[in-house]
Design a binder for this molecule. Structure first.
Ligand code: C2E
Ligand code: MG
Ligand code: MG
Length: 574
């Protein structure tokens, strides 16, 4: 876009301000901006309908509309349009609110120069573009272009509502490609990706147009069959998919054969909500796989037995703190520019007496569902702060510790008090504590989340946005929430050296984060070339297997002792 013409719509009724904008654009000696000037909201709307506008610079006080109303109208008719609000000093608060409502930026009249104006416009365009991409990624799987888990769930809920209204039956299929992992391992990831794309396309040919096919992750697909009539018809579709996928296919220049297992559950058959329907289909899939590959199974009641195993786990988990089965592991985080250690992220582990050492993915959801996350979360905070302070007291310098917060913890009224209590008990400086929250947690209720975060920020602790990019947050909100850092999700980091799209995305996120004065932490850095890329893009901090895997406190202490210092990291970079 560097040399392209940018069509700028200026919505401003005040001639003096209009002149000012023209002068500011001219001052920069840049003719890329082609200005269309209008004085009223209605003129703006007709320009937007007839011209190809790239970005809009607007005043909020117009002859035919006052305040945020004009903004909402423009967003309604041109949801993809980047908007910068031009505000007077007196209504800066209003302009700020405009950003919360969906404008990309605001500038205050009389402050700054042409350079600032042009930068605001260009950032607005880029921010909007990145938001669009993130919005897509939030709902679709970029590999197969199929809906992802989030969109799948939304569609399933809608389908259930329709089924209730029409008294119709929904068939839900859960599919899993047998031995996909083998193909991935022997022919490589690219071949695996190719296979998934072909599989997705083939499934599509077996279902009706309105049916949703989604990729839940890995080699797991799901199909929502609306209005399927009866169980048998759902099985017919399943068999058709099994047959279709068993046809030989070519990936990486080789002919390969795959088989598929499918679990089938119907609604309303022993279930009255989407969550149970999903569980049933999942249990049926499990049974289909267990029975031998390539085939389908219906959900049957006795499959519920698996659920009782889950109950056992919950019961054990209840006693895990007292029985001393929980432990925190720590993973170092580094400053990329100078290689110094910044601190660690505390990661929870569970020593299950029979199953061995479990990672959070295997039990955090149980803690969440049962509310046990509240006492366990407090235990984590306490332990992490005490340990971090102990390291600092041992002379390992200023260290910060990052602690993950779950949705339930975050929503709990007591959180701010808990944090204060923990800080007091550990005598740790609040600025040494970083709380990691996820985007999806924030976006669930942005207004409420903003309040909680503001309260947390007042205690002096820092906040980072974890797994950034995996849930959709409007980048504009970042301006209004006092977070100090973004942690770019490792799925993005893994892409930076394999595909140029991924690299561009990470570069854009870093640039935008910096324009919002946020630090960027790359998580899941596994390869040296990823680090080199991140360093070149000015990414601030990194964490990942390239440096260390998470370690027990004892190992971490030893590691600190060996002083894995800047020299070592520099060696890794160079
Ligand atoms: P997270 O906060 O995104 O943590 C990073 C995860 O990535 C950790 O997994 C870490 O072991 C892993 N990781 C680090 N470097 C690499 C790498 O280079 N490659 C790969 N593939 N993975 C890497 P872990 O420990 O299994 O934790 C998983 C998730 O569980 C965490 O994701 C976090 O969301 C959650 N979690 C962990 N501890 C807690 C806790 O105390 N409370 C809560 N609420 N959630 C926690
Ligand atoms: Mg984290
Ligand atoms: Mg993360």
């Amino acid at each position: 876009m560097h040399h392209d013409i940018i069509n700028l719509l200026l919505l401003e009724d005040n001639p003096a301000d209009e002149r000012l904008v023209r002068e500011m654009l001219a001052e920069w000696g840049d003719s890329r901006f082609k200005l269309t000037h209008v004085k009223t909201l209605s003129q703006a709307i007709s320009s937007l309908n007839s011209l190809d506008i790239d970005v809009c610079l607007m005043d909020l006080n117009l002859p035919d509309s006052q305040g945020l109303g004009a903004l909402s109208e423009i967003i309604t008719i041109a949801p993809q349009l980047p908007i910068v609000v031009l505000s007077g000093q007196a209504d800066e608060d209003l302009a700020f609110e405009a950003v919360q409502k969906g404008a990309q930026d605001y500038i205050v009249k009389g402050q700054g120069d042409g350079v600032l104006l042009i930068r605001a416009l260009r950032y607005a365009i880029e921010r909007k573009r990145t938001e669009r991409r993130l919005a897509y990624l939030a709902e679709y799987d970029p590999l197969t272009d199929l809906p992802n888990r989030t969109l799948f769930k939304r569609r399933l809920n809608r389908a259930l509502t329709r089924a209730d209204r029409n008294n119709s039956i929904i068939g839900l299929l859960f599919l899993d490609l047998d031995h996909f992992k083998d193909i991935n391992d022997t022919l490589g990831h690219d071949a695996g990706d190719e296979l998934l794309i072909i599989a997705g396309a083939r499934i599509q040919t077996c279902v009706r147009k309105g049916d949703t096919i989604a990729r839940l992750g890995g080699d797991e697909f799901t199909v929502i069959l609306e209005n399927v009539g009866n169980k048998k018809k759902a099985a017919k579709v399943a068999q058709k998919i099994i047959d279709c996928l068993s046809e030989p296919l070519e990936v990486a220049g080789q002919e390969v054969y795959i088989t598929t297992s499918i679990g089938i559950a119907c609604y309303p058959d022993n279930c009255d909500n989407a969550e149970d329907l999903i569980k049933h289909a999942d249990m049926a899939l499990y049974a289909a796989k267990a029975k031998g590959r390539s085939g389908y199974e219906y959900y049957r009641k006795k499959m519920k037995i698996a659920v009782s195993q889950r109950m056992n786990m919950v019961n054990r988990l209840r006693k895990a703190i007292e029985s001393d089965e929980l432990e925190l592991y720590y993973q170092p985080q580094f400053n990329i520019a100078n290689g110094s250690l910044i601190g660690t992220e505390a990661l929870l582990r569970w020593h299950h007496p029979r199953m061995g050492l479990l990672a959070p993915d295997q039990f955090i959801h149980l803690l969440e569902e049962t509310g046990l996350i509240i006492p366990v979360g407090e235990w984590v905070l306490n332990k992490a702060c005490l340990q971090n302070q102990a390291w600092m007291d041992s002379g390992y310098g200023q260290l910060r510790v990052s602690v993950n917060l779950s949705t339930r913890q975050f929503k709990q009224n007591e959180l701010v008090n808990t944090i204060s209590r923990v800080l007091e008990a550990s005598h740790m400086d609040p600025t040494c504590l970083h709380l990691e929250v996820t985007e999806s947690l924030l976006m669930e209720n942005i207004d409420c989340a903003t309040k909680i975060i503001q309260k947390l920020a007042e205690t002096g602790v820092n906040l980072s946005l974890d797994d950034f990019g995996t849930g959709y947050s409007s980048l504009s909100y970042l301006k209004t929430i006092p977070v100090t850092a973004l942690k770019v999700d490792r799925s993005f980091i893994q892409d930076v050296c394999n595909d140029s799209d991924g690299a561009a995305m990470v570069a854009a996120i870093i640039r935008l984060a910096h324009s919002l004065r946020l630090k960027v932490v790359a998580e899941g850095v596994e390869e040296k070339n990823q680090l080199v890329f991140l360093a070149a893009q000015g990414c601030d901090e990194a964490q990942g297997f390239l440096f260390n895997t998470p370690m027990s406190a004892t190992d971490m202490t030893q590691w600190l002792h060996q002083q894995y210092s800047s020299e070592d990291l520099r060696k890794t970079i160079n």
